[in-house]
Design a protein around this ligand. Structure first.
Ligand code: CTP
Ligand code: CA
Length: 232
């Protein structure tokens, strides 16, 4: 229904969206992960494709429903990745020709310094420490190396219940990353994840609050594309 009603205002655009959550291996059977279902990012990709864009979706471990919806969409090419470094390579491979890049994925900030080749046993170990090293910051790198008229969008999930402080964190993060737009939303164990709806604010240049919206993840995706088109 959305596809038929959508305006084709992204006709001719090449768009890259990342979604889902990366996983960093610890040993052959364990990983460090996060709770992202990929739904918001997949809806960003679907909205763009419905509006006429050619979309590459770099997808990491999305939940079954958003994963299936993305693969079924004829306007979306899905590239599957697992770790943050795989996501970095996949995004970089298609970034140069993109008019807009939306990093909706939850990217692991760290990876395990030395992945064990065999399953780690608890035998003789009352406690344990994992050594971690920082992953590349894909968004910051994209923003720093962008060419021409390319709009770069980040997402930030924050556990900050105060609206004004949430906006301030978003402003600082947008600035630090060098993104054009940053979408911030408040999350908690019972907020944001595994839900059909979301509450976001979109921060633009000079820290301007371009929109605040509570609604379905698809509504938010369409409002975000309106903001991208308006600032491009
Ligand atoms: N991001 C990225 N590469 C990373 C980490 C994050 O591209 N290694 C992107 C995410 O996809 C998101 C944005 O950066 O679009 C913000 O992620 P977030 O985790 O909120 O930012 P960080 O800079 O990692 O800050 P924090 O210390 O709060 O986690
Ligand atoms: Ca992070």
């Amino acid at each position: 229904a959305f596809a038929a009603l959508a305006p084709k205002d992204l006709d001719g655009w090449r768009v890259v969206v990342s979604a889902g959550g990366t996983r960093e291996p610890i040993d052959p059977v364990r990983y460090l992960g996060n709770r992202s279902s990929g739904r918001q990012g997949v809806d960003v990709a679907r909205a763009a494709a419905d509006r006429g864009a050619t979309v590459t979706l770099v997808l990491a471990h999305a939940a079954a429903d958003p994963d299936a919806e993305a693969r079924r969409h004829p306007g979306i090419e899905v590239v599957d990745v697992g770790t943050a470094q795989e996501m970095q390579r996949a995004v970089q491979a298609v970034a140069a020709t993109a008019d807009a890049i939306v990093m909706a994925a939850a990217v692991s900030d760290y990876r395990v310094a030395a992945v064990s080749a065999s399953k780690i046993s608890k035998e003789g170990q009352a406690g344990r420490t994992l050594d971690l090293v920082q992953n590349p910051d894909i968004l910051a790198e994209l923003a720093a190396t962008r060419t021409g008229r390319q709009t770069i969008v980040g997402f930030a999930a924050e556990t900050e219940p105060d609206r004004n402080r949430l906006i301030e964190r978003g402003r600082a993060k947008r600035e630090r990353k060098g993104a054009d737009l940053l979408v911030v939303n408040e999350v908690g164990w019972a907020r944001g994840f595994e839900r059909p709806d979301n509450s976001v604010a979109v921060i633009g240049h000079e820290g301007a609050v371009l929109l605040e919206h509570h609604g379905s993840k698809r509504e938010i995706a369409d409002a975000l594309w309106d903001a991208v088109i308006a600032t491009h």
